[in-house]
Design a protein around this ligand. Structure first.
Ligand code: ADP
Length: 238
């Protein structure tokens, strides 16, 4: 809910000094966890996220196996200390919804048919949150899946756009998200121009939606390059 009198844009700049089309700083580290098959640490401004991937491994219980392909599982979890007031530990409606949309965002790139009867487990832990955690999680998971050597058609990149003080802006932080008019996270396969997830909270006009989509697609291109570079750097080190 918007607090009375909160001004989010001043002299053409946002409260954190960003322009309307600017991403928060991004940092990506690949292979940060020893026990996972693949992992990634991802920072987007004040969001800090870790993704760990296990598998493909035999799926239990057996009756849940798919004889033709691997089953992708995705668990998004917010640490109790990741938000301003302590979050009650454990799954809730929000984390179940985010897990589902994130899994669906990644599924189209994974060659699941290579590994029948197996499961691929993706765990995303939010260590610190400042809005956009689902998009940071998808970016981290995509890199962690590649790090695990899971055969993929390409990476998936994700970012949110929204509307604050009547302006369409890229990558909302928590103050903007809480006091803004709309928030629209998207995920896409950049090199194929395919959108694999799109949600909208709040309202935008058709023109605003189109403007926002363009902003988000451009930003996904930037994120894709960072993801790719992080993976190349990791494997050229070895
Ligand atoms: P996203 O993090 O993907 O933008 P939301 O729009 O649901 O997802 O949440 C926006 C932000 O609100 C989160 O990043 C987090 O900072 C805050 N938030 C979400 N859930 C809680 C919670 N249970 N307690 C406190 N803050 C929360």
């Amino acid at each position: 809910m918007k607090e009375e009198g909160v001004e989010l844009i001043r002299e053409g700049k946002r409260l954190d000094g960003r322009g309307f089309d600017e991403l928060r700083p991004i940092k990506i580290e690949v292979g940060v966890l020893k026990r996972a098959d693949g992992s990634c640490y991802f920072e987007l401004g004040d969001n800090k996220v870790i993704a760990a991937v296990y598998g493909p491994r035999e799926m239990h219980p057996r009756h849940a196996q798919d004889a033709k392909m691997a089953v992708l599982k995705y668990r998004y979890n917010m640490a109790p200390f990741s938000v301003e007031d302590r979050k009650r530990p454990g799954p809730d409606r929000r984390s179940v919804e985010i897990s589902k949309i994130s899994r669906e965002a990644l599924e189209p790139v994974i060659l699941k048919e290579y590994y029948p009867k197996t499961e691929i487990d993706v765990y995303v832990e939010i260590l610190q949150s400042d809005a956009g955690t689902r998009t940071a999680g998808i970016n981290a998971a995509s890199v962690a899946l590649a790090d695990a050597g899971i055969p993929m058609r390409d990476l998936v990149s994700s970012v949110a756009v929204g509307k604050i003080d009547g302006e369409v802006v890229l990558d909302l932080n928590a103050v903007e998200d809480n006091n803004g008019e709309a928030d629209m996270p998207i995920a896409m396969i950049v090199r194929r121009n395919i959108i694999t997830a799109l949600q909208m909270d709040g309202r935008m006009t058709r023109e605003e939606f189109e403007k926002g989509l363009k902003l988000a697609m451009n930003a996904c291109r930037q994120i894709y390059e960072l993801q790719r570079t992080a993976l190349i750097e990791r494997y050229s080190e070895l």
